[in-house]
Design a protein around this ligand. Structure first.
Ligand code: PLZ
Length: 449
């Protein structure tokens, strides 16, 4: 796919270049930031205070005319590119036809078509059903509701370093206190956390880590009380932690043997990001339920729960829904985004991104001595930053490197329980020369003390 100039339907063609014409942030962004501070709750966080006016391909263009390289995709959302042509076209058509009826009142085809696509694309060839929601957290909440209704059990097992959202139930499922949970309790009951497989830090194999987690479930909860095990196949906000090979399959086997619903939260990993349609595909893991959001609709708010027909249909009629869930414009966007993924083989594009990035990141690790591990899969890659010579997390250097990248016009994100992970989630169609330039900037940021 040639993306030297990203065409934004109905908008300008964006030159695919890093171009800084002011300091970052520039004067107009600083003005807007002052308005933001006066108008927007201080509780809403911010990575980089540049205000965006256009985006596409691999760049974000700000109000001052700076063109920044996008290595975040708005946290793994615009995998098909920002304002991707088929998304724009589908949205424009739909928004002119009708904007909302509420699917629960008078339905429309787009919702059904998205569910059909989810049923087809998600792992496993069993009979499936789907339901649509507005956000990842809402999808996770509903997956837990479905699992409880099906099993008539209550306990839910989540993992250390897990992230599942900011609503009350999903805060309980999320591991990290700051900034997600601090001062917001009490949290939903019947949520239990067990250890993840974190090869860099626990030094044990995937199957050994699975045994450890399963023993905790058996001893502390009793399998017959557990409705669901929920896990991200690669922990996202927790630091792109890839569990040891065999960890996920063993958990699935345990869940199946004990009538527990296995929920894969693929909200961050899904839709070609890791080089497959879903991260579960990598080890042939077939979850009972899968939650999706983010990359599904090219930037419009949409989320889904997909799973075994007998589980999804166990809920009483009217038990699932919401005013906006599966909004027609978001559904049109999803159908456009899925077309982009199929047509341009974006799973293959994600693997090619890894081919370019991984060797460079390893070289940066060797030269700087500050990177304990390069990890991830496809276009979901990260480096864990440590104090040289050991494994002690170094969040200060992580933040300094991120700041230096931002100042040079490369939008990188941080993550990790210890705040010491620099993560990369470029749009899957990013032109290679931008990827290489971003890596040059990242390397310089690591090598300058
Ligand atoms: N599950 C695996 O990654 C969202 C959070 C950003 P929502 N991750 C980005 C932030 O700081 O709020 C996420 C995820 C996984 C669930 C969610 C929640 O998705 O669409 O943000 O609700």
């Amino acid at each position: 796919m040639s993306l030297d100039v990203a065409r934004i339907a109905g908008g300008p063609a964006l030159t695919q270049e890093r171009r800084l014409v002011t300091a970052i942030p520039g004067p107009r962004s600083i003005e807007l930031q002052a308005r933001r501070t006066a108008a927007v709750s201080a509780g809403v966080g911010g990575t980089l205070p540049v205000f965006i006016v256009a985006a596409g391909g691999g760049v974000l263009v700000d109000v001052d005319g700076n063109s920044l390289i996008d290595m975040g995709s708005g946290i793994a959302v615009t995998s098909v590119g920002n304002a991707a042509p088929r998304v724009v076209e589908a949205v424009q058509r739909q928004v002119a036809e009708f904007t909302h009826t509420c699917f629960m009142v008078t339905p429309y085809e787009g919702y059904v078509a998205v569910c059909e696509a989810l049923n087809e694309l998600t792992p496993g060839d069993h009979a499936k059903r789907s339901a649509l929601f507005n956000s990842g957290a809402e999808a996770v909440e509903n997956a837990v509701k479905v699992a409880r209704a099906f099993t008539r059990r209550q306990a839910v097992v989540a993992f250390e370093h897990g992230y599942h959202g900011r609503t009350n139930l999903t805060m309980a499922l999320t591991a990290k206190n700051m900034p997600y949970k601090h001062s917001f309790g009490p949290f939903a009951p019947e949520v239990y956390r067990v250890p993840l497989s974190y090869p860099f830090r626990d030094g044990i194999s995937g199957p050994e880590a699975a045994k450890r987690a399963i023993s905790r479930i058996d001893k502390e909860l009793g399998a017959e009380n557990v409705a669901a095990i929920i896990i991200e196949p690669i922990a996202g906000e927790g630091g792109f932690i890839v569990p040891g090979e065999g960890f996920l399959p063993e958990l699935v086997e345990y869940a199946r043997a004990n009538g527990i619903v296995f929920i894969a939260d693929e909200i961050q990993t899904g839709f070609c990001r890791t080089g497959d349609w879903f991260a579960c595909d990598h080890e042939g893991v077939v979850p009972d339920l899968i939650t999706t959001a983010k990359g599904i609709a090219g930037g419009l708010p949409l989320a889904g729960v997909t799973g075994r027909a007998e589980i999804m249909d166990a809920v009483h009629v009217g038990g699932l829904g919401g005013t906006y869930g599966g909004n027609p414009i978001a559904c049109a966007a999803a159908l456009g985004a899925i077309e982009e993924m199929r047509e341009h083989d974006l799973a293959g594009a994600a693997r090619r991104i890894a081919d370019v990035m991984e060797p460079r990141l390893r070289t940066i690790a060797e030269r700087s001595g500050r990177i304990g591990e390069v990890r991830g899969r496809g276009a979901m890659l990260a480096v864990e930053v440590v104090v040289p010579g050991g494994t002690e997390p170094d969040p200060a250097t992580t933040a300094a490197v991120a700041r230096a990248c931002h100042a040079e016009g490369v939008v990188v994100l941080t993550a990790g329980t210890y705040g010491n992970v620099l993560r990369f989630l470029p749009p899957l169609g990013i032109p290679e020369h931008l990827l290489v330039e971003a890596l040059d900037v990242i390397e310089r940021a690591f090598l300058v003390p």
